[in-house]
Design a protein around this ligand. Sequence first.
Ligand code: AHR
Length: 521
Amino acid sequence: MKISLLILFLFFFSFANFPQSENPAQIFIYPDSGKYQISRNIYGQFAEHLGHLIYGGIWVGDNSSIPNIGGIRTDIVRALREIKIPNLRWPGGCFADEYHWRDGIGPRNDRPKTINTNWGGVVEDNSFGTHEFMDLVEQLGCEPVICGNIGSGTVEEMADWVDYLTGDTLTAMGKLRKKNGREKPWKVKFWGVGNETWGCGGIMSAEFYSEELARYSHLLKNNGNNRLYKIASGGLESDYNWTETIMKKWSNTQGWLQGYLGGYSLHYYTVTHDWDHKGSATNFNEEDWFTTIFKTRRMDTLITNHSRVMDKFDPEKRIGLIVDEWGDWHDVEPGTNPGFLYQQNTLRDAVVAAINLNIFNKHCDRVKMANIAQVVNVLQALILTNKDKMILTPTYYVFDLYKVHQDATLLPIELKSEDYELNGQKTPAISSSVTKSADGTINLSLVNVNPDKSIEIPCIFKKFNPKEITGKILTSSEMQAHNTFEEPNNVTIKDFGQFKIEGNKITVKMPSKSIVVLKVK
Ligand code: AHR
């Protein structure tokens, strides 16, 4: 208590040394006071067997005329490597709790066909299975995040899958893997023990799931030097009782000793209106823009409140909060299969992505992974494909701009923002996060959510005079701006130079509805 009072005093005392500004928006930055590292895994992706994500979006098969390596599209791999994709979650989602991994191994022609009952009732031919997914993550150079089936599976089935992936060839599962063409065990760290077990993953109660989680997790083995980081399914959005129940069980059983829990998941989607009428991805007005941004900021409240419950049982923050599904969920594009969740992606989605990533960065002491839903052709996609063509969405460019934050140290900031007001409602106009990379570069990301007004932001550094700055921006004159197969470069990253340096201050002139990243030396 005394120590925290002292820290508070020092904090205020040091601000007293900063020049005060009249400007309602300003940021104070402490370049030498960073404490927490931002896990690169916050910049993760999600790939479910849903619509044209896996089939057509990633997997075209090795006989395709679309350029591929082992059946996997080379253009997608190239684009995702460019943004340094750190991890990929698979095979769902709701699909995970109906997926039986044995359907997806062995000669492709012999694999059984099943029905994807969650997503459009289409035939799943299982041509993309365990080996294909592990090949994909190897091509991407990222870590796999596998979500196991607790809803319709068994402990034995899930434990066998772990052994198939990571076990020695002396074991039955290791032998089977070798027979299917892969001798060396793979490395798999992140393992989801069910998905949305309150809903599509089994309609369980928190109490029932907490028992199941302990049983399943305890029986999934660490083979050789492979260490699993098991992720529990969280409750529905603000179900803090669910968090309390899981954390209590973990703490009562000294779960940390048994290592049965590494992370606890939270899903939150931004829906502009309601689940029946979510709103169009491209045809929206300023009220919709405001509402979307206002609602996306609920992520901060959810993380704060879930973290508070977790802190009660885990003050040392051993358990990570894993936001393994997030993003904008709009109505599907007219004329497309409603079960395929295909939506366009505008500058509004880019702003939503940037705000969420700033929120995750801010909470990086607890948030250890996040996976935007989803990577290609589904929901807030980074990439859209049409046969052999591929376009990058505004959301992709946010991940490109923000990759500088991966593994960087979060710097404490004091952000004062003016409000963006519409129809008597307000939300802060500015969102930001500031980090320091291993080479000492300071990365400043700024979002001006106001679609009508440019804003000048003085960024004042404590005991540091910037010498060299490079800037990049993502913006457009239209809120609804997006990329199409005919016009793929409507919204792309441009160089940005609207800033000036004076001593320890950079004043940045942020255009309306823009995202800026500055690299400061
Ligand atoms: O991302 C689409 C679906 O949303 C996932 O399958 C499910 O987990 C969530 O409800």
